[in-house]
Ligand binder design. Structure first.
Ligand code: NAD
Ligand code: TDX
Length: 370
């Protein structure tokens, strides 16, 4: 049987005396949030050895990590978390102290068309990693941590009032959020049953650089720049609570190092926007940047058929994280959105690369008949 991990040369790394004592596995590190987490860990902790494991699905892109890929404390492993044998082997070859698990199928619309992929990666893949950690860490769990990165969508949908806290009952509605909820339950079950040292965070919608343009903000930026219709689901009245991705990566760093085992932390920006208001703001920002007349980009707004089971409103109460671990968001949304727009305008090549090939088929199947 071929060695599923043969792409990496562990021996060279083990022999390198500059390598650290603390090994961290980051899964999904070639994706949007994962790449920011990997960058932060590699840059801020030169004594750590960061192993980025990613299957490189359509959402995984090693170009997201060009600036740090040459660093001696970074290593990439191409593997699939659904492959239980590969995960066991990885944990045998590396003595990981920390796991930060972000690998997932992450797009709600894709989960509606293809739910089983979400069950495989988000549920089975997570359980494979839990099993690998449990076996490798058996009888020596001290100082180790399995950090599971989750979403606010597990809590369901809010009306006009209220916020999600860590004790809000789970009520997922989409196949994506159901799969994330299931994985959260497994992580807690491994803590309670096997004593695995785990921590979970549930974060609100992220935005920023390297965000794949199937998600609302980068998709809208790309369409506005190219003068294409901006598809707004339903009446655009749904509310999301947006957080700058680098603030999320910093929260993950804080929780990884100072959080308590068995605990859950909500992460959010206290920054609720109706989709239609957010899109109008983006249009105004881009009118200025592209030297268009005010109002030109807004003419691209096109209301399309609503998403099935579309959650009305998400809002995170992140008081626990602020009071217990001292984390707060650093950026105002208007500033963060402008930075994000500037990044996309300066990185057209990245955008062109990720919107070529399969993306076109995805876009047509998702939007043409909508
Ligand atoms: P993403 O889709 O941009 O990246 C996911 C990464 O996981 C990709 O690099 C992909 O190649 C990899 N991957 C997918 N299936 C895999 C498999 N079977 N084996 C190994 N790697 C695989 O996702 P993202 O937006 O960066 O989200 C990362 C995590 O954060 C997810 O767990 C998601 O549920 C959670 N989250 C996301 C948001 C958000 O707003 N994007 C908010 C809260 C929580
Ligand atoms: O074309 C679009 N038009 C539109 O109106 C798209 C792609 C989305 N929308 C709406 C749906 C949502 O109300 O915009 C809102 C944001 O949509 P997405 O960017 O798809 O994000 P969302 O469904 O809220 O989920 C995101 O936040 C939580 C991430 O994709 C998840 O991975 C994360 O867990």
């Amino acid at each position: 049987m071929p060695n599923p991990l043969k792409t990496c040369n562990f021996t060279d790394l083990e022999k390198n005396p500059t390598l650290s004592k603390i090994k961290i596995l980051v899964t999904g590190g070639a994706g949007f949030i994962g790449s920011h987490v990997v960058r932060r860990l590699v840059n801020n902790y030169p004594d750590y050895h960061v192993v980025n494991l990613d299957k490189l699905t359509y959402a995984g892109n090693l170009a997201n990590l060009r600036d740090i890929e040459h660093k001696p404390n970074y290593q990439f492993v191409k593997a699939d978390i659904v492959d239980a044998a590969a995960m066991q082997q990885l944990f045998t070859e590396h003595d990981f102290q920390f796991v930060v698990h972000l690998a997932a199928e992450s797009h709600v619309d894709r989960s509606i068309s293809n739910p089983i992929e979400f069950v495989m990666t988000n549920v089975v893949g997570t359980v494979n990693l839990l099993n690998a950690a449990r076996h490798a860490w058996k009888d020596r769990m001290d100082g180790r941590r399995f950090y599971h990165v989750s979403t606010d969508e597990v809590y369901g949908s809010l009306g006009d009032e209220g916020m999600f806290t860590e004790t809000t009952a789970y009520d997922p509605h989409s196949p994506y959020s159901a799969s994330k909820a299931s994985s959260d339950h497994f992580v807690r079950a491994y803590h309670d049953t096997y004593g695995l040292p785990v921590v979970i965070s549930n974060c609100s919608n992220n935005y920023g650089s390297y965000h794949f343009p199937e998600k609302l903000i980068p998709l809208a930026i790309n369409n506005i720049v190219n003068s294409r219709p901006i598809p707004v689901y339903g009446a655009g009245e749904n509310v999301r609570d947006w957080l700058w991705v680098e603030d999320h990566a910093r929260a993950i760093d804080v929780i990884l190092h100072t959080g308590k085992n068995g605990e859950t932390y909500n992460i959010g920006g206290h920054n609720e926007w109706k989709n239609i208001d957010l899109i109008r703001l983006l249009c105004r920002i881009l009118d200025k940047k592209l030297n268009r007349n005010t109002g030109d980009s807004e003419k691209l707004i096109t209301f399309v058929k609503d998403r099935a089971g579309h959650d009305l409103r998400y809002a995170i109460d992140a008081t626990k994280l602020k009071n217990e671990l001292g984390w707060m968001p650093s950026l105002q949304f208007e500033e963060g959105l402008e930075k994000t727009v500037d990044w996309y305008l300066a990185n057209q090549e990245w955008l062109n690369q990720v919107t070529s090939g399969d993306y076109k088929n995805y876009y047509d199947s998702q939007y043409t008949k909508r």
